[in-house]
Structure formats: C-alpha cells, structure tokens
Design a protein around this ligand. Structure first.
Ligand SMILES: NC(=O)c1ccc[n+]([C@@H]2O[C@H](COP(=O)([O-])OP(=O)(O)OC[C@H]3O[C@@H](n4cnc5c(N)ncnc54)[C@H](OP(=O)(O)O)[C@@H]3O)[C@@H](O)[C@H]2O)c1
Length: 331
C-alpha cells in the first residue's frame, strides 16, 4: 500500500510517500481502507520530535481517520466488511491510552489496522471527510466545554486560537449549546470567518490586548469559561479576563508550556484551572457528535483537501498557521 512514513524526526522533508506492506490484522482487529484522514497540530509535533509522547520509528502518523472496513479478524462478528466507519483513535489499555497515529501506525496510508472496538459506524448522510474531523477536534471541544468545563447555556466563553481545527470546533459547539462566544485569532481574515461560524465578538490578539477587549465587550464583567489552546503567552491575560468563579480549560500550548503561577488571584477569586486531554474522553462523545452531524446540527469547518501524496504540503499549511479549520488528506 502507499503510505506517508517517516524514518527520522525533523521538518516536512522527512515525510516519504512509499510502498509499505499492508498491516496484518489480529483476531480482534479490522482493516480499514482509509478514505479521509484529518491533520492535527499533534501530527506536526510528533513528526518534529517535539511531543512529550515520542513515536517509535519508522512511523505512519494520522490520528483522525474515516473509511470502509475492508477485512475483519476471526473473532469479529459485530461489524461486516463494507461498513462505513470513523475511528476512535484511543485504544484503552490497562496501562493507559495507546493512540492510533501516535503509539501505533495511523491513517496517512491506504489501510490502517484498528481494534474492532475502536470503529464506530457512520450513516450514509455523513461524508468520510466530515467524519474524519470529529475524533480529535470536535471531541476535544465537547469533552472540554461540557464534561470538564460544565458549560451552561447563556454563559460567556472565550475561545483562543479560534481559527485552529479545535478552535473552530469549540466556537461551533459552544454556540450550538447556547453560550455567548468571544473568539481570538491572529488575523482579521480568520476573525471574519470565525464570525460566520457563530462567534458573537472577535479579538485580534496580535493587534490588541485581549484582556482589555474582553473587558469592553463584557462591560467589565469578564467571561465564565476560557477554552485555551495557547498556554503561557495568554496566561496573565486569561486571569484578568475571568469572572470570579470562572474556569480555564487548558487544552493546548501553542504559546508556550510553562508559566509561573501566582496563587493569589486564583484563591481570592475562586478560579478553577482544568486540564483537558481528548485521550480520556468517553467514546459516547464521538457517537453524540456523529448523531448531531447526521441531524445537520453542525457542519465541520474544512479548509482544504489534498491527495495523500501531498501530505508535506498539507502539513506546511498548518505549520504556517494559514489554515482555517481542518485540512484533510485523501488516499
Ligand atoms: N488537550 C487535547 O486533548 C488537545 C486536543 C486537540 C488539540 N490540542 C491542542 O490544541 C492546539 C491546537 O491544535 P489544532 O490541531 O486545532 O491546531 P491547528 O489547527 O494546527 O492551529 C493552531 C493555531 O494556533 C494559532 N497559534 C499559533 N501560535 C500561537 C500563539 N503563540 N498564540 C496564539 N495563537 C497561536 C494559529 O492561529 P493564529 O493565526 O490565530 O495565530 C494556528 O493556526 C495544539 O496545541 C494542540 O496540541 C489539544
């Protein structure tokens, strides 16, 4: 089969489009013929050797996968070849999560081996491209806002990096569930698009002080919840932007992973700091999102699709921060 494989970590030039043996499946596995694989920021960090979850080399990345079941293992009776599926990448083991595309070979290939428990059927009205956007970004948004953040209707939510795949998902989910959304991004062009997917107010974090802007927009009240994928560079302003009793969801660290904590404001204002990792999200979140999508309650934001052979170019788009929403590879 054709696959995008890397034998060493580094820049996009380490990505090779090569012939690789089709994976052998075990008795409890299925072989999925990949139709769409969505890229994530994590794919770039793994390939660059900059992730706290390093990969074994050689590696085939690709965490978000949708396709058809091609072949089933001898113990598999609940899913038939030909079934359209999306892959839940988190294989739950007694030792903790083992993630397809991270700890195992992923979907940047014509075929991927998946434990049968990790494939979820998708209805005909949900396309492979749309389904492939769900497992990381949309599940993170749902798990973060609802399960971890306890977001309530009519609360005000600040979403950072709102043009990222996960940021777009957070804006759409918060809006769909009845919150007021303030979104930040680094260009006016992205902010225009963020408004179109539901943000009530937007802030360019590169040309203004977002804490000041939040103060103006909320008439001094601050926000209830922050969906933060930025980390260190946003930390001080995040504290200033929260209401007393507010919560920060720490989702990503595109702006740095370490910060000195000043306990005072957290104690004095009853603030909550909550970590979010999609690899602990329950599978029911993915199933809910497939149902919501099939009912037409949201359409995922897809910027561009590339053939699998052009994965390097597609990853470059994420590296340059030029994408809005998701970038998809089709084998
Ligand atoms: N915890 C979890 O389970 C989980 C799940 C999914 C994603 N994440 C994390 O969430 C983040 C986004 O992931 P993604 O795949 O959605 O990303 P993505 O689509 O690659 O987008 C990242 C965006 O971040 C913005 N950005 C970059 N540097 C920035 C900075 N210094 N300050 C503010 N914004 C900056 C850029 O947009 P601008 O043009 O606006 O600067 C860029 O487009 C990553 O850190 C990722 O690891 C975590």
């Amino acid at each position: 089969m054709k696959a995008i494989i890397y034998h060493e970590t580094g820049g996009v030039e380490v990505l090779k489009y090569e012939d690789v043996q089709v994976p052998e499946i075990g008795a409890d596995d299925v072989l999925v013929r990949v139709k769409a694989a969505a890229l994530n920021h994590l794919d770039l960090r793994l390939r660059a050797g900059k992730s706290p979850r390093p990969v074994d080399l050689p590696h085939i990345g690709g965490i978000d996968i949708a396709g058809d079941v091609e072949k089933t293992g001898e113990n598999v009776s609940d899913i038939a070849p030909g079934t359209r599926v999306v892959v839940d990448p988190t294989v739950r083991t007694p030792k903790g999560p083992s993630v397809i595309g991270v700890n195992r070979w992923g979907g940047l290939a014509e075929f991927v081996k998946v434990p049968t428990a990790n494939v979820v059927p998708i209805p005909d009205e949900v396309s492979y491209d749309d389904a492939s956007t769900l497992p990381i970004c949309y599940v993170t948004a749902w798990y973060g806002l609802i399960d971890r953040g306890g977001m309530q209707q009519d609360e005000t939510v600040l979403v950072h990096a709102a043009g990222s795949g996960t940021g777009c998902a957070a804006v759409q989910m918060a809006k769909e569930l009845g919150a007021k959304v303030i979104a930040t991004a680094g260009s006016d062009d992205k902010l225009e698009k963020v408004k179109k997917i539901g943000a009530d107010a937007t802030i360019n974090y590169k040309t203004s002080d977002f804490a000041e802007e939040v103060k103006n927009i909320t008439e001094g009240k601050g926000v209830d919840l922050i969906f933060d994928q930025v980390g260190a560079s946003a930390w001080e302003n995040n504290l200033k932007s929260l209401k007393a009793g507010g919560r920060i969801l720490l989702v990503g660290v595109v702006g740095g992973g370490q910060e000195t904590l000043n306990f005072g404001p957290i104690i004095m204002r009853d603030l909550s700091i909550l970590g979010v990792t999609v690899f602990r999200a329950p599978r029911k979140n993915l199933i809910n999102l497939i149902n919501m999508m099939s009912l037409g309650r949201f359409r995922p934001v897809i910027d561009k699709k590339f053939p699998l052979s052009e994965t390097a170019e597609a990853q470059k788009m994420l590296e340059d921060s030029s994408q809005f929403g998701k970038v998809i590879l089709n084998p």
